[in-house]
Design a protein. Structure first.
Lengths: 281, 326
């Protein structure tokens, strides 16, 4: 009697945990499916190449937001990748004890900073002195956000390069930096690159740091010192608006953004898994 | 080229300089120096981040001091800035998110670590981790157009009817509000809880499980009485990590919380969060004091998430050390 109760509890509770898992995993398909249903029909050549239309006129696209996002990501990479990669290189190859600990701690700290706070930081650092919003400020905000993951993936993949490879190079008389530059880094590069792809995918969807740095723009943004639209910011603006036309556009833009982010994630994780298996073998 | 190490030791002054110069020429010192500069830049940036927030919030800090945290009026027109409604909104929505997300999240982690075959577990975990990559503005979009109408037409009337005697489920129904923000946050943090809890559970030694099963425990009893106590700290760590996420989450919350600076016991009432008020009002802030108050809110959020993240990391590091011996 008691045993059958125990068995009953066992089966029930374990089924409940299975249900929780299914529910969590199905959210992803729900999100994808819903966005595809709502926004799929709107994605067209016009959507990708035309400027937004004023309220009331149908059609129009988000070309300026797509270009704006690309420009922001380019700037972000120019800031985040060198600092992240060379910082990671320092930790993996040269780091002493105390200083490395401090740098790692700072990296973790930056990683935990809420994105809106990063926006405030970029605002006080760049927008306030320059007195206007710009692509530049937005790019810097996203770039700083990229640093932690760039550091971590660089350090991790540099460390997985086998010692035998280094020893072989050093034994041939190469100096330390030559060993690092021509043996260690090339061996670790594919891993680091995928890490940075994931990093880019993460900041590509950030909206909060752009609200008062890149700001937004209904038109093309010439150069780097003008406010610019970006995909996530457009989704936000259109979603909270009161117009149905704009809601439609928000769905479509959401679908484009989500597809880009998920595709990058899937490819990068697949590559990472393969490399990890290769390293272990 | 080949200076013997012993000769260097004999003549420390010029010898050391010569070695340094040689290594400089060979590039080792240069490489060291360059990477060191970039590593320092990271350190500098995190210090600068704090400094900028601190410096730019001085107007508000000097004017209000600690009063900032227990003043509940936020009135930009008469320049009264109290942070209490926002702190309240942030804490309530985050707590609600954890309340909703933790049972299901830990449950799913148990399934993935204890029950599912490795291959199935890996695929499921992959799908769930992809959820963590979905941009928060997309969650916000779904929140506005799916979650809020669902709450308004289905869930909230039901709650009001059956649990309306509780102060949490009273008052007019808007859809947007603390409940919507908490529920949306729960969906957003669940992937973090699942993937980290699963890792922690997988790190529990197999022998512990075998011992419990050998004593006649069912799988569920084994999980509850042996595996979970062993992994307790790590799971709390994952919860704190989720909490840090929830505290700082901006866009999704801004889109569904209702953006009204008020303190109301009812979860149906619209509220406001620290991150949301910064997002909404920063570009509209006209006076220096207004901006300064918003930056101080940013500073508060910064310090709060640092604290919570630090606790999370300590807890996750502590799993597997000492628990086994007790």
């Amino acid at each position: 009697m008691r045993d059958s109760w125990r068995k009953f509890v066992n089966v029930t509770m374990l089924s409940v945990t299975g249900l929780c898992t299914l529910l969590a995993a199905s959210i992803l398909f729900f999100i994808l499916g819903y966005l595809a249903w709502k926004g799929g029909s709107l994605i067209s050549w016009d959507f990708l190449t035309k400027l937004p239309k004023p309220v009331g006129e149908t059609g129009g696209g988000m070309a300026n937001a797509i270009l704006g996002s690309a420009k922001l990501l380019l700037l972000a990479s120019l800031v985040g990748v060198p600092i992240g990669f060379l910082g990671g290189l320092y930790l993996a190859e040269f780091g002493g004890k105390t200083f490395s600990f401090m740098v790692r701690y700072a990296t973790d700290l930056l990683n935990g900073v809420p994105s809106i706070v990063m926006g405030v930081f970029a605002y006080t650092l760049i927008v306030l002195p320059m007195k206007h919003f710009s692509t530049f400020a937005g790019g810097i905000a996203l770039g700083v956000m990229m640093i932690p993951i760039a550091v971590r993936s660089s350090e991790e993949f540099l460390r997985t390069v086998p010692k035998s490879l280094r020893d072989a190079s050093l034994a041939l008389g190469a100096s330390k930096w030559k060993t690092i530059a021509f043996v260690v880094i090339p061996a670790a590069l594919p891993g680091i690159m995928t890490g940075i792809m994931l990093d880019l995918a993460r900041v590509a969807g950030e909206t909060a740091p752009l609200l008062f740095t890149a700001f937004g723009n209904q038109f093309w943004s010439p150069g780097w010192m003008q406010p610019t639209a970006s995909l996530p910011q457009m989704i936000f603006r259109y979603a909270i608006s009161a117009y149905d036309d704009w809601h439609q556009q928000a769905w479509a833009a959401g679908l484009v953004l989500l597809m880009l982010v998920l595709a990058t994630n899937i490819v990068a994780r697949w590559v990472l898994r393969k490399r990890m298996r290769l390293m272990r073998a | 080229m080949s200076t013997h190490p012993i000769t260097q030791k004999r003549a420390p002054g010029p010898g050391r300089a010569r070695v340094f110069l040689r290594r400089l020429r060979e590039g080792d010192q240069v490489a060291h120096l360059v990477t060191f500069i970039f590593a320092s830049a990271i350190l500098l940036l995190s210090v600068l981040l704090f400094y900028e927030l601190y410096r730019n919030s001085h107007l508000s800090r000097e004017r209000y001091g600690w009063q900032f945290f227990y003043m509940s009026t936020w009135d930009p027109v008469f320049e009264n800035f109290g942070a209490l409604p926002f702190v309240y909104g942030t804490l309530v929505t985050s707590a609600l998110a954890l309340l909703l997300a933790v049972p299901g999240g830990v449950g799913a982690a148990i399934f993935l670590a204890e029950l599912a075959p490795r291959r199935v577990s890996d695929v499921m975990t992959f799908l769930i981790e992809l959820l963590a990559a979905v941009p928060s503005v997309v969650y916000g979009l779904l929140g506005i157009f799916i979650l809020v109408p669902l709450l308004r037409t289905q869930v909230q009337p039901l709650l009001k009817e059956h649990l309306g005697f509780l102060p949490f489920f009273q008052g007019p129904i808007y859809g947007v509000g603390l409940l919507a923000a908490g529920a949306l946050l729960a969906i957003m943090v669940v992937p973090f809880i699942i993937s980290i809890s699963r890792e922690v559970l997988l790190a529990v030694p197999q022998r512990q499980r075998e011992a419990a099963l050998a004593l006649g425990a069912t799988r569920w009893e084994m999980t509850m009485k042996v595996v979970l106590p062993y992994a307790k700290k790590g799971i709390f760590g994952s919860i704190f990590l989720a909490l840090a996420r929830a505290l700082g989450e901006t866009m999704a919350v801004t889109m569904v919380i209702g953006n009204t600076p008020q303190i109301n016991a009812s979860l149906f009432a619209p509220g406001y969060s620290v991150a949301a008020v910064i997002a909404n009002e920063f570009t509209e802030a006209t006076s220096d004091l207004y901006i300064s108050a918003l930056i101080e809110l940013g500073l508060v959020l910064f310090l709060l998430t640092i604290l919570v993240n630090a606790v999370a990391r300590l807890l996750i590091l502590a799993t597997g050390q000492g628990e086994a011996r007790a």
